[in-house]
Design a protein around this ligand. Structure first.
Ligand code: IZC
Ligand code: ZN
Length: 424
Protein backbone atom coordinates (compact mmCIF):
# COMPACT_ATOMS: atom_id res chain seq x y z
CA UNK A 1 0.00 0.00 0.00
CA UNK A 2 1.52 3.36 -0.98
CA UNK A 3 1.60 5.83 1.88
CA UNK A 4 -1.47 8.05 1.69
CA UNK A 5 -0.69 11.77 1.93
CA UNK A 6 -2.93 13.70 4.34
CA UNK A 7 -5.72 15.57 2.60
CA UNK A 8 -5.57 19.38 2.68
CA UNK A 9 -8.96 20.81 3.67
CA UNK A 10 -8.00 24.44 3.17
CA UNK A 11 -5.01 26.12 1.54
CA UNK A 12 -4.06 29.77 1.95
CA UNK A 13 -1.87 30.62 -1.01
CA UNK A 14 0.43 33.41 -2.20
CA UNK A 15 0.00 35.59 0.91
CA UNK A 16 1.89 38.84 0.57
CA UNK A 17 3.24 38.17 4.08
CA UNK A 18 2.62 35.47 6.64
CA UNK A 19 3.50 37.09 9.96
CA UNK A 20 3.77 35.17 13.22
CA UNK A 21 5.51 35.15 16.56
CA UNK A 22 8.38 32.70 16.13
CA UNK A 23 8.38 29.30 17.88
CA UNK A 24 8.74 29.51 21.73
CA UNK A 25 9.58 30.28 24.42
CA UNK A 26 6.28 31.77 25.56
CA UNK A 27 5.27 34.26 26.69
CA UNK A 28 7.39 36.73 24.73
CA UNK A 29 9.14 39.21 27.02
CA UNK A 30 11.62 42.05 26.70
CA UNK A 31 13.67 41.94 23.50
CA UNK A 32 11.90 38.75 22.41
CA UNK A 33 8.71 40.80 21.97
CA UNK A 34 10.41 42.39 18.95
CA UNK A 35 10.84 39.09 17.14
CA UNK A 36 8.51 37.97 14.36
CA UNK A 37 8.82 35.42 11.57
CA UNK A 38 8.02 36.75 8.12
CA UNK A 39 7.28 34.69 5.06
CA UNK A 40 6.73 36.35 1.67
CA UNK A 41 4.54 34.60 -0.92
CA UNK A 42 3.38 32.36 1.93
CA UNK A 43 1.34 29.17 1.87
CA UNK A 44 -0.54 27.57 4.77
CA UNK A 45 -2.08 24.11 4.63
CA UNK A 46 -4.91 23.33 7.05
CA UNK A 47 -6.22 19.87 7.91
CA UNK A 48 -9.35 19.86 10.05
CA UNK A 49 -9.04 22.46 12.81
CA UNK A 50 -5.25 22.62 12.74
CA UNK A 51 -2.43 24.12 10.75
CA UNK A 52 -0.58 21.27 9.00
CA UNK A 53 2.20 23.14 7.19
CA UNK A 54 3.52 26.66 6.59
CA UNK A 55 6.05 27.61 3.93
CA UNK A 56 6.42 28.25 0.21
CA UNK A 57 4.47 26.49 -2.54
CA UNK A 58 6.61 23.35 -2.21
CA UNK A 59 4.73 22.36 0.99
CA UNK A 60 1.73 21.43 -1.17
CA UNK A 61 3.56 18.34 -2.45
CA UNK A 62 3.18 16.76 0.98
CA UNK A 63 -0.65 16.76 0.76
CA UNK A 64 -3.47 15.35 -1.27
CA UNK A 65 -5.23 18.27 -2.91
CA UNK A 66 -8.57 17.32 -4.45
CA UNK A 67 -11.89 18.77 -5.50
CA UNK A 68 -12.96 19.17 -1.87
CA UNK A 69 -9.91 21.21 -0.93
CA UNK A 70 -10.84 24.86 -0.48
CA UNK A 71 -8.31 27.48 -1.58
CA UNK A 72 -8.01 31.12 -0.52
CA UNK A 73 -6.04 33.36 -2.83
CA UNK A 74 -4.18 35.64 -0.41
CA UNK A 75 -2.35 37.79 -2.97
CA UNK A 76 -2.00 41.30 -1.53
CA UNK A 77 -3.02 40.13 1.95
CA UNK A 78 -1.08 39.98 5.20
CA UNK A 79 -1.85 36.92 7.32
CA UNK A 80 -1.65 37.06 11.11
CA UNK A 81 -2.69 34.54 13.73
CA UNK A 82 -6.35 35.15 14.62
CA UNK A 83 -6.34 37.97 17.17
CA UNK A 84 -6.90 37.15 20.84
CA UNK A 85 -8.77 39.73 22.96
CA UNK A 86 -8.05 38.93 26.62
CA UNK A 87 -10.22 41.59 28.33
CA UNK A 88 -13.81 42.33 27.31
CA UNK A 89 -17.11 43.09 29.01
CA UNK A 90 -19.05 42.19 25.86
CA UNK A 91 -22.08 40.57 27.54
CA UNK A 92 -24.12 43.63 28.48
CA UNK A 93 -27.50 45.18 27.67
CA UNK A 94 -28.14 48.81 26.74
CA UNK A 95 -25.60 51.55 26.08
CA UNK A 96 -24.36 54.67 27.87
CA UNK A 97 -24.07 57.45 25.32
CA UNK A 98 -25.77 59.83 27.80
CA UNK A 99 -22.80 59.42 30.12
CA UNK A 100 -20.40 60.69 27.48
CA UNK A 101 -21.63 64.29 27.66
CA UNK A 102 -21.27 64.18 31.47
CA UNK A 103 -17.69 62.94 31.08
CA UNK A 104 -16.94 65.60 28.50
CA UNK A 105 -18.23 68.28 30.86
CA UNK A 106 -15.63 67.06 33.35
CA UNK A 107 -17.44 64.60 35.63
CA UNK A 108 -14.97 61.75 36.41
CA UNK A 109 -15.82 58.11 35.64
CA UNK A 110 -15.73 57.10 39.34
CA UNK A 111 -18.04 60.00 40.32
CA UNK A 112 -20.64 58.86 37.78
CA UNK A 113 -20.41 55.38 39.31
CA UNK A 114 -20.68 56.71 42.88
CA UNK A 115 -23.86 58.58 41.86
CA UNK A 116 -25.46 55.30 40.74
CA UNK A 117 -24.66 55.63 37.02
CA UNK A 118 -21.87 54.10 34.97
CA UNK A 119 -21.54 50.38 35.60
CA UNK A 120 -24.73 50.48 37.72
CA UNK A 121 -26.69 51.84 34.78
CA UNK A 122 -25.62 48.83 32.72
CA UNK A 123 -26.43 46.56 35.69
CA UNK A 124 -30.04 47.81 35.69
CA UNK A 125 -30.40 47.14 31.96
CA UNK A 126 -28.69 43.76 32.13
CA UNK A 127 -30.92 42.66 35.02
CA UNK A 128 -33.98 43.70 33.02
CA UNK A 129 -32.93 41.94 29.81
CA UNK A 130 -34.17 38.40 29.24
CA UNK A 131 -31.63 35.64 28.61
CA UNK A 132 -32.61 35.72 24.93
CA UNK A 133 -32.29 39.51 24.62
CA UNK A 134 -28.89 39.51 26.30
CA UNK A 135 -27.76 36.68 24.08
CA UNK A 136 -28.79 38.43 20.86
CA UNK A 137 -27.05 41.74 21.63
CA UNK A 138 -23.96 39.87 22.75
CA UNK A 139 -23.99 37.73 19.60
CA UNK A 140 -23.97 40.87 17.46
CA UNK A 141 -20.88 42.14 19.31
CA UNK A 142 -19.14 38.81 18.74
CA UNK A 143 -19.96 39.09 15.04
CA UNK A 144 -18.28 42.50 15.03
CA UNK A 145 -15.22 41.10 16.80
CA UNK A 146 -14.94 38.37 14.20
CA UNK A 147 -15.27 40.92 11.38
CA UNK A 148 -12.32 42.78 12.95
CA UNK A 149 -10.12 39.70 13.11
CA UNK A 150 -10.64 38.47 16.68
CA UNK A 151 -10.98 34.68 16.93
CA UNK A 152 -10.75 34.22 20.73
CA UNK A 153 -12.11 36.56 23.40
CA UNK A 154 -12.31 36.60 27.14
CA UNK A 155 -15.74 37.84 28.31
CA UNK A 156 -16.52 38.94 31.86
CA UNK A 157 -19.71 38.86 33.86
CA UNK A 158 -20.12 41.76 36.29
CA UNK A 159 -23.33 43.45 35.11
CA UNK A 160 -25.57 41.33 37.31
CA UNK A 161 -24.11 41.85 40.78
CA UNK A 162 -26.64 39.32 42.00
CA UNK A 163 -26.33 35.58 41.64
CA UNK A 164 -29.20 35.17 39.22
CA UNK A 165 -28.05 37.79 36.72
CA UNK A 166 -24.36 36.87 36.95
CA UNK A 167 -25.43 33.30 36.09
CA UNK A 168 -27.57 34.62 33.21
CA UNK A 169 -24.53 36.42 31.79
CA UNK A 170 -22.27 33.38 32.22
CA UNK A 171 -24.88 31.12 30.64
CA UNK A 172 -25.08 33.48 27.64
CA UNK A 173 -21.28 33.38 27.33
CA UNK A 174 -21.19 29.59 27.62
CA UNK A 175 -24.01 29.07 25.09
CA UNK A 176 -22.52 31.54 22.61
CA UNK A 177 -19.18 29.80 22.97
CA UNK A 178 -20.91 26.74 21.51
CA UNK A 179 -23.08 28.53 18.94
CA UNK A 180 -20.73 31.21 17.65
CA UNK A 181 -17.43 30.63 15.80
CA UNK A 182 -15.46 32.72 18.35
CA UNK A 183 -13.92 30.85 21.27
CA UNK A 184 -15.01 32.56 24.49
CA UNK A 185 -13.22 32.39 27.82
CA UNK A 186 -15.62 33.22 30.70
CA UNK A 187 -14.55 35.29 33.69
CA UNK A 188 -16.59 35.83 36.85
CA UNK A 189 -16.51 39.54 37.78
CA UNK A 190 -19.09 39.64 40.58
CA UNK A 191 -16.84 42.21 42.29
CA UNK A 192 -17.22 44.80 39.53
CA UNK A 193 -19.14 47.32 41.65
CA UNK A 194 -21.23 47.33 44.83
CA UNK A 195 -24.90 47.06 43.77
CA UNK A 196 -27.38 49.72 45.00
CA UNK A 197 -29.07 47.37 47.48
CA UNK A 198 -25.73 47.06 49.37
CA UNK A 199 -24.75 50.70 49.06
CA UNK A 200 -24.89 51.34 52.81
CA UNK A 201 -23.27 48.05 53.85
CA UNK A 202 -20.76 47.16 51.11
CA UNK A 203 -18.92 44.58 53.26
CA UNK A 204 -22.04 42.43 53.17
CA UNK A 205 -21.76 42.41 49.38
CA UNK A 206 -18.20 41.07 49.63
CA UNK A 207 -19.56 38.29 51.88
CA UNK A 208 -22.28 37.54 49.31
CA UNK A 209 -19.66 37.27 46.56
CA UNK A 210 -17.57 34.93 48.72
CA UNK A 211 -20.32 32.72 50.11
CA UNK A 212 -22.98 32.60 47.42
CA UNK A 213 -22.00 34.09 44.06
CA UNK A 214 -18.55 32.56 43.69
CA UNK A 215 -19.63 28.99 44.52
CA UNK A 216 -22.62 29.33 42.16
CA UNK A 217 -20.67 30.95 39.29
CA UNK A 218 -17.36 29.05 39.46
CA UNK A 219 -18.61 26.05 37.43
CA UNK A 220 -19.37 28.37 34.49
CA UNK A 221 -16.12 30.36 34.79
CA UNK A 222 -12.47 29.86 33.87
CA UNK A 223 -11.18 32.99 35.66
CA UNK A 224 -12.24 35.41 38.39
CA UNK A 225 -11.56 39.14 38.28
CA UNK A 226 -12.06 42.10 40.67
CA UNK A 227 -12.30 45.85 39.94
CA UNK A 228 -9.66 46.79 42.53
CA UNK A 229 -9.99 50.55 42.64
CA UNK A 230 -10.41 53.39 45.11
CA UNK A 231 -14.07 53.52 46.16
CA UNK A 232 -14.84 50.17 44.50
CA UNK A 233 -13.01 47.12 45.98
CA UNK A 234 -9.95 47.43 48.22
CA UNK A 235 -6.79 45.35 47.90
CA UNK A 236 -7.86 43.40 51.01
CA UNK A 237 -11.34 42.63 49.57
CA UNK A 238 -9.72 41.70 46.26
CA UNK A 239 -7.26 39.36 48.01
CA UNK A 240 -10.07 37.54 49.83
CA UNK A 241 -12.22 37.15 46.71
CA UNK A 242 -9.43 36.10 44.38
CA UNK A 243 -7.87 33.69 46.92
CA UNK A 244 -11.24 32.02 47.34
CA UNK A 245 -11.59 31.88 43.53
CA UNK A 246 -8.31 29.97 43.38
CA UNK A 247 -9.75 27.44 45.86
CA UNK A 248 -12.46 26.83 43.26
CA UNK A 249 -9.81 26.16 40.63
CA UNK A 250 -10.22 29.47 38.81
CA UNK A 251 -7.37 31.49 37.36
CA UNK A 252 -7.07 35.07 38.57
CA UNK A 253 -7.17 38.39 36.71
CA UNK A 254 -7.40 41.85 38.26
CA UNK A 255 -8.37 45.39 37.20
CA UNK A 256 -5.34 47.08 38.75
CA UNK A 257 -4.05 50.65 39.08
CA UNK A 258 -6.44 52.12 36.50
CA UNK A 259 -7.11 55.39 38.35
CA UNK A 260 -5.13 55.14 41.61
CA UNK A 261 -2.03 53.11 42.52
CA UNK A 262 -3.54 50.89 45.24
CA UNK A 263 -1.18 47.93 44.93
CA UNK A 264 -3.28 45.73 42.66
CA UNK A 265 -0.18 44.83 40.64
CA UNK A 266 1.62 43.57 43.76
CA UNK A 267 -1.49 41.59 44.69
CA UNK A 268 -1.58 40.06 41.20
CA UNK A 269 2.04 38.96 41.64
CA UNK A 270 1.36 37.60 45.14
CA UNK A 271 -1.52 35.49 43.80
CA UNK A 272 0.38 34.38 40.65
CA UNK A 273 -2.44 35.95 38.68
CA UNK A 274 -2.76 35.21 34.97
CA UNK A 275 -3.02 38.93 34.31
CA UNK A 276 -3.01 42.40 35.82
CA UNK A 277 -5.02 44.73 33.58
CA UNK A 278 -4.95 48.51 32.94
CA UNK A 279 -1.85 49.43 35.03
CA UNK A 280 -2.04 53.11 34.07
CA UNK A 281 -0.80 54.10 37.53
CA UNK A 282 1.42 51.10 38.23
CA UNK A 283 4.45 51.96 40.40
CA UNK A 284 8.06 50.81 39.83
CA UNK A 285 7.54 48.35 42.72
CA UNK A 286 4.44 47.01 41.01
CA UNK A 287 6.33 46.53 37.76
CA UNK A 288 9.14 44.78 39.62
CA UNK A 289 6.66 42.42 41.32
CA UNK A 290 4.99 41.56 38.00
CA UNK A 291 8.30 40.85 36.31
CA UNK A 292 9.11 38.28 39.02
CA UNK A 293 5.71 36.53 38.95
CA UNK A 294 5.22 35.90 35.22
CA UNK A 295 1.81 37.61 35.40
CA UNK A 296 0.90 39.17 32.05
CA UNK A 297 0.21 42.91 31.85
CA UNK A 298 -2.94 43.40 29.77
CA UNK A 299 -2.90 46.99 28.55
CA UNK A 300 -6.06 48.77 27.41
CA UNK A 301 -5.08 51.94 25.54
CA UNK A 302 -8.59 52.31 24.09
CA UNK A 303 -9.83 53.09 27.61
CA UNK A 304 -7.15 55.75 28.19
CA UNK A 305 -8.06 57.27 24.83
CA UNK A 306 -11.79 57.24 25.51
CA UNK A 307 -11.52 58.60 29.07
CA UNK A 308 -8.91 61.19 28.12
CA UNK A 309 -6.64 59.62 30.73
CA UNK A 310 -2.92 58.86 30.79
CA UNK A 311 -1.52 55.80 29.05
CA UNK A 312 0.07 52.83 30.81
CA UNK A 313 3.89 52.76 30.96
CA UNK A 314 4.23 50.09 28.28
CA UNK A 315 7.92 50.73 27.66
CA UNK A 316 8.83 50.28 31.34
CA UNK A 317 6.73 47.12 31.54
CA UNK A 318 8.34 45.59 28.43
CA UNK A 319 11.79 46.52 29.68
CA UNK A 320 11.22 45.06 33.18
CA UNK A 321 10.52 42.52 31.52
CA UNK A 322 6.81 41.81 32.00
CA UNK A 323 4.96 39.89 29.24
CA UNK A 324 2.67 42.50 27.72
CA UNK A 325 -0.66 41.78 26.01
CA UNK A 326 -3.25 44.18 24.59
CA UNK A 327 -7.05 44.08 24.74
CA UNK A 328 -10.08 46.17 23.79
CA UNK A 329 -11.81 46.34 27.22
CA UNK A 330 -14.98 46.34 25.04
CA UNK A 331 -17.60 47.78 27.42
CA UNK A 332 -20.47 50.28 27.24
CA UNK A 333 -18.83 52.97 29.40
CA UNK A 334 -15.11 53.50 29.20
CA UNK A 335 -14.39 51.81 25.85
CA UNK A 336 -17.31 51.06 23.54
CA UNK A 337 -15.48 49.29 20.72
CA UNK A 338 -14.91 45.73 19.57
CA UNK A 339 -11.96 46.59 17.31
CA UNK A 340 -8.62 45.14 18.32
CA UNK A 341 -6.94 46.64 15.21
CA UNK A 342 -7.87 50.12 16.56
CA UNK A 343 -6.23 49.17 19.87
CA UNK A 344 -3.14 48.13 17.89
CA UNK A 345 -3.00 51.57 16.25
CA UNK A 346 -3.27 53.21 19.69
CA UNK A 347 -0.56 50.95 21.10
CA UNK A 348 1.76 52.17 18.34
CA UNK A 349 0.94 55.86 18.65
CA UNK A 350 0.23 56.21 22.38
CA UNK A 351 1.97 53.33 24.17
CA UNK A 352 5.02 53.69 21.90
CA UNK A 353 5.10 49.97 21.32
CA UNK A 354 6.90 48.71 18.22
CA UNK A 355 4.81 47.01 15.50
CA UNK A 356 6.46 43.65 16.29
CA UNK A 357 5.71 44.03 20.02
CA UNK A 358 2.10 44.82 19.22
CA UNK A 359 1.65 41.71 17.11
CA UNK A 360 3.15 39.52 19.84
CA UNK A 361 0.86 41.29 22.34
CA UNK A 362 -2.41 40.54 20.48
CA UNK A 363 -1.55 36.96 19.61
CA UNK A 364 0.73 34.73 21.62
CA UNK A 365 0.99 36.89 24.76
CA UNK A 366 -2.77 37.48 24.85
CA UNK A 367 -3.28 33.71 24.57
CA UNK A 368 -0.73 33.14 27.35
CA UNK A 369 -2.64 35.55 29.59
CA UNK A 370 -5.66 33.25 29.15
CA UNK A 371 -3.57 30.09 29.73
CA UNK A 372 -4.10 29.08 26.09
CA UNK A 373 -1.09 27.48 24.42
CA UNK A 374 -2.72 26.05 21.28
CA UNK A 375 -3.08 29.34 19.36
CA UNK A 376 -1.57 32.76 18.69
CA UNK A 377 1.14 31.44 16.39
CA UNK A 378 1.07 30.16 12.81
CA UNK A 379 2.83 26.84 13.12
CA UNK A 380 2.01 23.16 12.46
CA UNK A 381 -0.11 21.65 15.22
CA UNK A 382 -1.60 24.97 16.34
CA UNK A 383 -5.26 25.85 15.83
CA UNK A 384 -6.00 27.14 12.34
CA UNK A 385 -7.16 30.58 13.52
CA UNK A 386 -6.07 33.21 10.99
CA UNK A 387 -6.82 36.86 10.21
CA UNK A 388 -6.05 38.03 6.65
CA UNK A 389 -5.80 41.79 6.18
CA UNK A 390 -5.95 43.85 2.98
CA UNK A 391 -2.46 45.15 3.61
CA UNK A 392 0.82 44.46 1.80
CA UNK A 393 2.69 44.21 5.13
CA UNK A 394 2.10 44.30 8.86
CA UNK A 395 3.58 47.80 8.92
CA UNK A 396 0.74 48.98 6.67
CA UNK A 397 -1.80 47.41 9.00
CA UNK A 398 -0.50 49.45 11.94
CA UNK A 399 -0.16 52.62 9.92
CA UNK A 400 -3.64 52.72 8.37
CA UNK A 401 -6.38 53.28 10.94
CA UNK A 402 -10.09 53.78 11.43
CA UNK A 403 -11.19 51.48 8.61
CA UNK A 404 -11.54 47.74 8.74
CA UNK A 405 -8.82 46.03 6.71
CA UNK A 406 -9.93 42.49 7.58
CA UNK A 407 -10.56 40.55 4.38
CA UNK A 408 -10.81 36.91 5.48
CA UNK A 409 -10.99 35.17 8.85
CA UNK A 410 -10.38 31.47 9.39
CA UNK A 411 -11.55 29.99 12.70
CA UNK A 412 -10.63 26.39 13.57
CA UNK A 413 -10.02 25.70 9.89
CA UNK A 414 -13.28 27.20 8.67
CA UNK A 415 -13.60 30.40 6.59
CA UNK A 416 -15.96 32.50 8.72
CA UNK A 417 -15.36 35.92 7.14
CA UNK A 418 -14.91 36.30 3.38
CA UNK A 419 -14.23 39.62 1.64
CA UNK A 420 -15.10 41.45 4.84
CA UNK A 421 -18.47 39.73 5.35
CA UNK A 422 -19.64 37.00 7.70
CA UNK A 423 -20.06 33.65 5.99
CA UNK A 424 -23.36 31.81 6.56
O1 IZC B 1 -19.06 49.31 32.29
O2 IZC B 1 -17.74 50.95 32.83
N1 IZC B 1 -13.80 50.00 34.08
N2 IZC B 1 -15.31 48.48 34.43
C1 IZC B 1 -14.14 48.99 35.00
C2 IZC B 1 -15.64 49.08 33.34
C3 IZC B 1 -14.69 50.05 33.10
C4 IZC B 1 -16.81 48.75 32.51
C5 IZC B 1 -17.92 49.74 32.56
ZN1 ZN C 1 -12.42 46.04 32.28
Amino acid sequence: MPHQKPRADLIIQHASQVVTPPPGPYPRRGEAMRELSLLPDGFIVICGEEIAAVGDSSILSGFTVDADTQAVDARGLTVLPGLVDPHTHAAYAGSREKELSLKLSGVPYLEILAAGGGILDTVRKTREASYQELKEVTRRRLDTMLLYGTTTAEVKSGYGLDTETELKQLKVISDLNREHPLDLIPTFLGAHAVPPEYRNHPQDYVELVLKEMLPACAPLSRFADVFCEKGVFSVEDSRRILSRAKDFGLGVRIHAEEMEPLGGAELAAELSAASADHLIRVTPQGIEALSRSGTAAVLLPGTSFYLGADFAPARALIQAPVPVALATDANPGSCPTESLPLIMNLALLKLKMAPEEIINAVTVNAAYSLFLFDRGIISPGKLADLALFSAPSYHYLLYHFGTNLVHTVVKRGRVVVREGRLVG
